[in-house]
Each structure stands twice: as structure tokens, then as C-alpha cells.
Design a protein around this ligand. Structure first.
Ligand SMILES: Cc1ncc(C[n+]2csc(CCOP(=O)(O)OP(=O)(O)O)c2C)c(N)n1
Ligand SMILES: [Mg+2]
Length: 788
């Protein structure tokens, strides 16, 4: 920890930053202490917080926020340093005492930084470690994209995208997937500052790891800046005998170093003398020092040395090369449990906090005051007001404004009626038509950016890509085209291309969709991002999808092909759980059209919905199932609300068949037979169990809150049915997606759908085996009629 010195003048940056660093340490520790010890605890549950993790990174964050950052820079802060970020914003006048006092409480500051819940000062939410770090790289790629496309003022300064990462985050595989992808796209303007305390949650890390990190980053084109020793230790190393001391610390195992840090000066002395008592130079360095001074010298790591940190950061600002700073730190630095391996969730006792308060010169009852206990409060205030990051990015915080992109009433599309085709093919054709960039869709076509993890062609993005090109900061030729070798695809890249081709790692797709889906906030340039992925492999990137939705990123996800309809491909490629994921995922409206006319309505809705303040991201689950496209007039509002009657039921009917997606043909076939016996039966097309369920919940809540007239689409749809009617439902996905329909009006539901792993076969065999063919639907109808 840096010694507090008086601020001699406003130019004495180091003295001011030292005082701020102490204040941040105090405020973050106090916030957590208050949450755990001073607030009434109604349920006896642990509240928690990470005082040691905050202490570890306080110096790094001080150097960044109070010296290096410019207003346009974007930062992902390691989740468990949330309180430090809240405290920084408080000093900058952008956070309230009420919120901080409510840390981890309902309505208070969130445990981990949250864009949605903490408001506009948070650039990136973090929580699931590793994802926030990687997101900075993708956000930087998107900055390059919008600049290359002339969507932002070229004279505006480029943002640097900075992740302040815990060292355990480097264990997450998604980091390395992102590094590779970043290398391919020649990413720049990214810093990852690693709080290298060599501790995670459970333990101290192996010593040999550091060398691996350095090599990995360098291989990916990054610069690695090792920030190991602070200025005091470097000065000691420069003295006679200093090199022995350096060698000794270099060789000191992480766990021993941590333990000695915890034990303090006397233990350091004993350990050093045990190895180097005869070294005159070493003795000349350590003998004159008190135990406290020796402890402070031996723990003078660069990650806690503001001078070393600011020097290194300032030097790095001259280049746009991605840079990883490995900043050696001590977990819990400056607090009583510094260095102890069990300190991750460690909490200071009431007595320890009281002692800390005394050291901080803070009067009881004044713990939250910004400048309480500071020697030169006015000079400090002036300093804080004058740092570059104190200038607001916009008059209303760190979110930029971006106009919405007009979406035509109807998307340009080919004629579908009478053709035999799949929704996946329909998607490709509509996007290709938009890609012409003509008429009312011209503006929209410029803002669409597609992306896919190595499945662009097989998800039918090919024609769009041929029209709009592949994006890269650098123009690269298409060797096949130039060599006049026949190929349906044009894969040359240039800065005006509108497709971003990713490697196969699905987490990267969702991180890029997340970054692109925040471009209106981050860059002031609204995009309409469209990502395609094989539906089963949504599972592979699911945490990153959840993460993108949690940030309220706006994008269209197209999952195709889906279900066991992908017959010969077998179980690993057949998604059965995704309809359920679609229902439970917040801030993601999910649909599964059966026919291309529904698809066209939903695709248009998606481009509109993702731009609305009350809207969300959208997921379309499509199929390669070939169906003859009908000629009909659809009620658009019903398609969007989640269900429409293909054949409306007679009032009081006892039975309906409800289908979703690819199995429409089976349902129609079964329905034709059912009608012979039950002429009043209805045939319902479900386009979104997700929207139906959400609407039903909303209406229930509204009624509870007193709006007696509130109703939902599914309640209205099912209203004509007899009270004891049966609904036989079918989808190429887990039947639980429909099972809840019986709860709406207390009717019987016989839900059909594959509930075991898929396997190879043809569609007929598999539909029969998993009981979603016409015969199985009729059997279920017979069963249902017997019961009702
Ligand atoms: C994906 C994920 N797994 C597990 C956790 C629980 N967790 C939170 S912090 C942490 C250890 C973090 O260690 P490190 O990144 O080194 O941070 P620091 O030492 O600075 O606290 C763990 C396991 C999490 N937040 N996210
Ligand atoms: Mg750590």
C-alpha cells in the first residue's frame, strides 16, 4: 500500500491518487461490512461480499479511473470488485450513498456490476467469470466495424476496451477462444489488466503458470507487460546485495509468499535470514528496517504501486496493440487477512473495521462521507473533478443515443405460395432480398450485420453474404474467385462487408452478438445483428447467450436446423431442449414458425422488436423440413402473440390439435382424419410458447394487481373450447414446452414431442419412434377423447 502523503498541489497526482486509493479501500470494505454486520438480517442468510478481492485491485482501479481512462473508454470490471466500482462512481458523483448502503439488498447496488440493475454508469455487466473479459475484445471489434462503415463521427476518439480481470478468469476456456478470434480479426484497442494475486476462491495458484500466460498472449499477437515489483523494491534491488534479494523473492513459491505476507514483518525477516543471513548486502538492506517497514518493502508489488502502474499504463497508451498487463498483487492488501489463502470470502470483524476506521481518521457516524478524514479535502475534490474520466461521456451518462432504423411494414420477399421449401431456406431468401438494399428496406439493409460460427453457408446466409460481403479491417482477396474456380460463395473480405465470419466456437458468437447488440449504447451506432447457429449448439454457448441477454443486448438469433427433423445427423445434432431454453430465457422473445409466411411476419417483427425500449433480443428456431407453402391471410398480431387458429374450433369443442414448427404436416394430416369424427375440432398453430406463457403470466399479475379486464392471448385463444376439452399438442422439441397449456383453463393436455436423445434415421422412422407423427397424434386424440 502506498503511504499517504499530503497533496502539495493539484499537480501532485500521485499524492492525490494515494489518498483516493485508501478511500476506495475504505469505502468498499465499509460497504461490505455494512451489508453484513450493520443491516437487519431478516432471513439469517449470509449476505457476503469480497473485501479481499476488492483490496487486491484497488490500486489498479485507482490508476485507471483517476489517471488513464478517457470518457469514451469502456471497462469490464471483475465481478467481485463491484464495490470498488460503486465507490469510484460515488467519488465521481455518479453513485448514491443509499445504493451503496443497500449493496446486495433489494433495490440496492448489485453484488456484481450490472448494466440493467445498476444503471448507465456500468459499461459491461460481469458475474460469470471470463465472459466480461472476452466481451471487451468483441466490443472493440464492433467499434472497428461501425467506424469502418462510417456510422460514427470519424473525428471522435476511439475507445479503449479494458477488462480488469481476476487471475482465475484466465482458467476459463472462453478466454482462449476469444484470443484466437481476436487474432484472426486483428483486434486492437484492448487491454486486459490481470489482478495477478495468484489466488482464486479455494487456493493459491501453481507458480509455473505465469510463464504459460505470457507465451499464450504473445502467440496471439498481444503485448505482455509484466508488472511485478514496485518502485521501492526495485530501488532495493539496485543496491549491493539487491540482486540476491530479487532472486530470493523470484524463487519464493506463491504459497510461501502469501503466508509470509499474512504473517508480517517479523516472519519475513526470519525467512530471509534463514536463507541469506551471511549476505552483507541483503543485511544492509533489511537490518535498518523495522518489522513494519520490512513487511511493507517485501509486499511492494507493482500492482499496488501507483507510480509503477501509471507509468506502465501511460506508456501503453501510445500503441493500439492489444496488451495484457500481468499486475502482481496481494489479495486483501492493506487489510488484516492480506495474503491468507482462505480470504476470498473473508470478512473483517467489527473490531478490525473499527481499527481501520481509526486509521482512516473517519469519525463514527461519518463513514459514508466522501472526503471524511482526508487531509486536504478541497484539493482532492478539485483533483477528482479534473481527471479526464470525470468529464461525462454524454449529458445523461455513459449510454449513447442512437436513432432507430426504420423497418418497412412488410419485408421484401420472394413468392412462397405453392413452393415446397423449409423455413431455413425461406430465411435465406428473405435476407437475400433485403440484401438487395432496395426501396423501403434500403436503410435497414445497411444496418444488418450477420455473424456465424463456421455455419454461415449451411444456415443459408450464403446469398446475403454474396451480396453484402465479408467484413474485415483489411481487404483480402478471394483466391477461388480470382483464380476463376467455380464456387457459389464469395469470401473475399473488405472493411465494408456486412458478415462477420467466426470460427466454430459458439461462445464467441454469443459474445459478438452481445457486443453488436449493445452498439447503440456503446458506440451510438445502432446495428441489427443477426447470428446463425445450429440449434443444438446454442447449448454450447448458452452461458454467453444468457450473459448477452442479461446485458439487454439486442440481436436476432437464428437456430437452424433444429430437432430430430435433422434426421440422419443423429442425437448430438438434434436439439430437443431448446424450446424450453427459449421459454425460460429472460429478455429473449422466441418463435418457431412452421411456414415461410409466418417467418416473414416474425422476421419483420424481430427487427422492430429488438429496437424498442420495451423490446428484447429475438430467437427464431427454424428447420430444414420441407413443406408446401400455403396461400392464406394471416392475422399478424396473432402470429406475433404466439398462436393462431388454422382451423378455428366450433364453440364448445371437445378437442383441438396444436402444433409448433416442423411437424405442421403431421398435425394437418392427423387433423383431417380427426375432423371426420369430430367436425368441430380446431387446429392451432403455435408460433411461440414463450410469448404465450409470458403473456399469460403478465395477465395473471395484472389481474392480481386489480385490473380485472386483463387477459392474455392464450386465454382468448382457448376461450371457445369446452371447459373439459383436450388439447393434443405436438412439436419437434421437449413436450414440456406445451404441457403448461392445460393450466390456462384447466383443460387436458396431451403433449407430444421427443423427450429422449435423438438418433440417426429418416424423418418417417424418427417421427414414429418419438411419437410425433400423424398416427401418434391420432392415438393421443383418441386417448384424450376417452378421458374427457
Ligand atoms: C463461471 C464462474 N464460475 C465460478 C464463479 C464463482 N467465483 C467467483 S470469484 C471466483 C474466484 C475468482 O478468483 P480470481 O479471478 O482470481 O479473483 P480474485 O482473486 O481477484 O478474487 C469464483 C470461483 C463465477 N463467478 N463464475
Ligand atoms: Mg485471484
Amino acid at each position: 500500500m502506498n503511504e499517504i502523503r499530503p497533496i502539495k498541489s493539484e499537480c501532485d497526482t500521485l499524492a492525490a491518487m494515494t489518498a483516493i486509493e485508501r478511500k476506495l479501500l475504505w469505502l468498499s470494505a465499509w460497504m461490505i461490512h455494512n451489508a453484513n454486520h450493520l443491516r437487519p438480517n431478516r432471513d439469517g442468510m449470509k449476505v457476503g461480499g469480497h473485501q479481499a478481492s476488492c483490496a487486491s485491485v484497488t490500486s489498479i482501479m485507482t490508476a485507471l479511473y483517476f489517471d488513464i481512462l478517457r470518457p469514451q473508454d469502456r471497462v469490464a470490471v471483475k465481478p467481485h470488485a463491484g464495490p470498488v466500482l460503486h465507490a469510484i462512481n460515488y467519488l465521481l458523483g455518479r453513485q448514491t450513498v443509499e445504493k451503496m448502503a443497500g449493496l446486495r439488498q433489494f433495490g440496492g447496488a448489485q453484488a456484481y456490476p450490472s448494466r440493467a440493475k445498476d444503471g448507465t454508469e456500468i459499461d459491461f455487466s460481469t458475474g460469470s467469470v471470463g465472459l466480461g473479459v472476452a466481451l471487451t475484445s468483441f466490443a472493440s471489434m464492433m467499434q472497428d466495424y461501425v467506424r469502418a462503415h462510417g456510422m460514427v463521427d470519424q473525428a471522435s476518439p476511439r475507445a479503449r476496451h479494458i477488462a480488469i480481470a481476476g487471475d482465475a478468469e484466465l482458467d476459463e476456456g472462453n478466454i482462449y477462444e476469444a484470443l484466437l478470434e481476436g487474432w484472426k480479426h486483428d483486434v486492437r484497442d484492448v487491454w486486459w489488466v490481470v489482478d495477478y494475486n495468484r489466488q482464486s476462491l479455494d487456493s493459491v495458484m501453481p507458480d509455473r503458470l505465469f510463464g504459460r500466460f505470457e507465451g499464450l498472449f504473445k502467440d496471439m499477437g498481444w503485448r505482455v507487460v509484466q508488472l511485478k515489483y514496485g518502485k521501492k523494491l526495485e530501488a532495493a534491488f539496485a543496491r549491493p546485495g539487491g540482486s540476491s534479494l530479487r532472486g530470493w523473492i523470484d524463487e519464493c513459491p506463491n504459497s510461501t509468499y502469501s503466508a509470509l505476507t499474512f504473517q508480517g514483518g517479523a516472519a519475513w525477516r526470519q525467512a530471509i535470514l534463514a536463507d541469506m543471513a551471511k549476505s552483507r548486502g541483503v543485511r544492509a538492506i533489511i537490518d535498518p528496517l523495522s518489522d513494519a517497514e520490512l513487511g511493507s518493502l517485501m509486499t511492494n508489488l507493482a500492482g499496488h504501486d501507483l507510480e509503477a502502474l501509471t507509468e506502465a499504463f501511460r506508456a501503453a497508451t501510445k500503441s493500439d496493440q492489444p496488451t495484457c498487463f500481468l499486475a502482481y498483487t496481494i489479495k486483501g492488501m492493506g487489510l488484516p487477512f492480506a495474503g491468507h489463502k482462505d480470504n476470498h470470502a473473508g470478512m473483517m470483524t467489527v473490531d478490525q473495521m473499527s481499527e481501520f476506521r481509526t486509521q482512516m481518521n473517519v469519525r463514527p457516524g461519518h463513514e459514508w462521507e466522501r472526503w471524511e478524514g482526508m487531509a486536504q479535502p478541497q484539493a482532492l475534490q478539485r483533483f477528482v473533478a479534473g481527471v479526464p474520466f470525470a468529464t461525462p461521456l454524454t449529458p445523461h451518462g455513459r449510454r449513447m443515443d442512437a436513432a432507430t432504423i426504420p423497418v418497412p411494414k412488410t419485408l421484401p420477399q420472394p413468392k412462397f405460395t405453392g413452393r415446397r421449401m423449409s423455413t431455413q431456406a425461406g430465411f435465406g431468401e428473405i435476407l437475400s432480398e433485403i440484401g438487395r438494399g432496395q426501396g423501403e428496406s434500403a436503410a435497414m439493409s445497411k444496418r444488418i450485420v450477420t455473424m456465424s460460427p463456421d455455419v454461415a453457408v449451411s444456415t443459408n446466409l450464403g446469398p446475403w453474404i454474396n451480396r453484402r460481403g465479408v467484413f474485415d479491417r483489411h481487404t483480402r482477396d478471394d483466391v477461388f474467385r480470382d483464380g476463376k474456380l467455380a464456387s457459389a460463395q464469395r469470401w473475399g473480405t473488405n472493411p465494408s462487408g456486412q458478415h462477420i465470419e467466426l470460427g466454430i466456437a459458439e461462445q464467441n458468437l454469443f459474445l459478438l452478438l452481445g457486443a453488436a447488440g449493445m452498439s447503440h449504447d456503446l458506440n451510438g451506432a445502432r446495428l441489427l445483428p443477426v447470428g446463425t447457429v445450429y440449434d443444438p449448439f446454442v447449448n454450447r454457448g448458452h452461458d454467453a447467450l444468457f450473459y448477452a441477454c442479461y446485458q439487454d443486448a439486442r440481436f436476432l438469433l437464428v437456430g437452424t436446423p433444429s430437432g430430430i427433423t435433422l434426421a440422419p445427423e443423429g442425437g448430438q445434432h438434434q436439439s430437443t431442449n431448446t424450446p424450453l431454453l427459449a421459454i425460460v430465457q429472460d429478455r429473449l422473445a422466441s418463435y418457431e414458425p412452421a411456414y415461410c409466411d409466418e417467418l416473414a411476419i416474425l422476421l419483420r417483427h424481430a427487427f422492430d422488436w429488438m429496437q424498442r425500449p420495451e423490446g428484447s433480443a429475438v430467437w427464431l428456431r427454424l428447420s430444414t423440413q420441407i413443406l408446401t407453402q400455403p396461400s392464406r391471410n394471416l392475422d399478424k398480431a396473432h402470429v406475433i402473440a404466439g398462436a393462431h387458429w388454422v382451423v378455428p374450433p366450433a364453440p364448445g369443442t371437445k378437442i383441438v390439435i396444436a402444433y409448433q414448427g416442423a411437424v405442421a404436416g403431421e398435425a394437418e394430416q392427423a387433423f383431417a382424419q380427426l375432423q371426420e369424427e369430430e367436425p368441430g375440432a380446431g387446429l392451432l398453430a403455435i408460433t411461440s410458447p414463450d410469448r404465450l406463457y409470458a403473456g399469460w403470466r403478465e395477465a395473471q399479475r395484472a389481474r392480481r394487481l386489480g385490473d380485472g379486464s386483463a387477459t392474455s392471448h392464450i386465454e382468448q385463444i382457448l376461450a371457445p373450447l369446452a371447459r373439459d376439452a383436450a388439447i393434443v399438442s405436438v412439436l419437434d422439441g421437449h413436450p414440456a414446452a406445451h404441457a403448461w397449456l392445460g393450466g390456462v383453463r384447466g383443460q387436458i393436455v396431451m403433449a407430444l414431442g421427443p423427450d429422449h436423445f435423438g438418433q440417426s434415421g429418416d424423418v418417417a422412422d424418427l417421427y414414429a419412434e418419438y411419437e410425433i407423427d400423424a398416427a401418434a397424434i391420432l392415438d393421443a386424440c383418441a386417448d384424450a377423447l376417452l378421458r374427457s
